[in-house]
Ligand binder design. Structure first.
Ligand SMILES: N[C@@H](CCC(=O)N[C@@H](CS)C(=O)NCC(=O)O)C(=O)O
Length: 231
């Protein structure tokens, strides 16, 4: 049995970036298990019931699934629940749902919404993830027409906005909800900040991140959270 908790993850998965951001914010020691994307479904300790990453496994073997419940669990168990605590539960719940609904959907369009960005992203993903020798090459070439042609193009079309505009609108909407404070949580980040930050941070390994850095209020907030991470 492991002596520290484990995070089973894919490097490029936005939901895993949410949990990683919380772990780095509170400085919790843990082991990262980077699964092979081609074998994830079989390898995960939560399989066959739950076949998605991230999966959190406590040292005593307890398994928690789904990124937001994992974050609440970690905050409650290791951080006295202080990031989830709020003076206004309705506001917190509303914006948590907003981030999980809208920010999660904005990552694919910016990474795969045009042929050139899809090609750049899949090449980078094939280097970052723990693929086997053959599947790494296969993914770099076969992944991009699938992600661009099948998934991303229809999402961009449905939304009607350019992926960059979509992100800028989301960052404006989110930072406007701070009512002049530095963070959603006020003077310090709370769990909603870390959820939104995690989605945005999942774009950071790619060149498309430069399109987000042009949003002044969004970047001021992003950099302020980044400064709290203990890595
Ligand atoms: N609601 C889940 C979504 C997780 C998710 O969709 N993860 C993707 C990787 S980014 C995955 O594992 N997909 C595999 C599958 O759907 O079978 C969460 O927030 O953790």
């Amino acid at each position: 049995m492991a002596s520290t908790p484990q995070l089973h993850m894919l490097y490029t998965c936005p939901f895993c970036w949410k949990v990683r951001s919380l772990l780095e914010h509170i400085g919790l020691e843990h082991e990262k298990v980077q699964v092979n994307p081609m074998k994830a479904k079989k390898q995960l300790p939560s399989a066959p019931e739950w076949t998605k990453v991230p999966v959190w496994v406590e040292a005593n073997g307890e398994i928690i699934t789904d990124s937001t419940p994992i974050m609440k669990h970690i905050d409650a168990k290791y951080n006295g629940g202080s990031l989830w605590a709020s003076e206004d539960d309705a506001r917190r719940d509303k914006w948590l749902e907003w981030a999980d609904l809208h920010m999660s959907k904005a990552t694919i369009p910016i990474l795969y919404g045009s042929i050139t960005s899809a090609l750049k992203t899949t090449t980078r993903v094939s280097k970052l993830e723990n693929f086997g020798f053959i599947s790494k090459r296969l993914y770099a070439w076969a992944g991009f027409p699938i992600m661009w042609g099948i998934i991303a193009r229809s999402r961009v079309k449905k939304d009607g906005r350019k992926p960059k505009q979509l992100w800028h609108d989301l960052l404006t909407e989110f930072t406007d909800s701070f009512d002049g404070a530095e963070f959603f949580g006020g003077k310090a980040p709370d769990l909603v900040d870390l959820v939104a930050f995690g989605y945005m941070r999942s774009i950071s390994p790619y060149p498309q991140f430069s399109q987000l850095t042009e949003h002044a209020a969004g970047m001021a907030w992003y950099r302020a959270i980044e400064a709290t991470l203990k890595v």
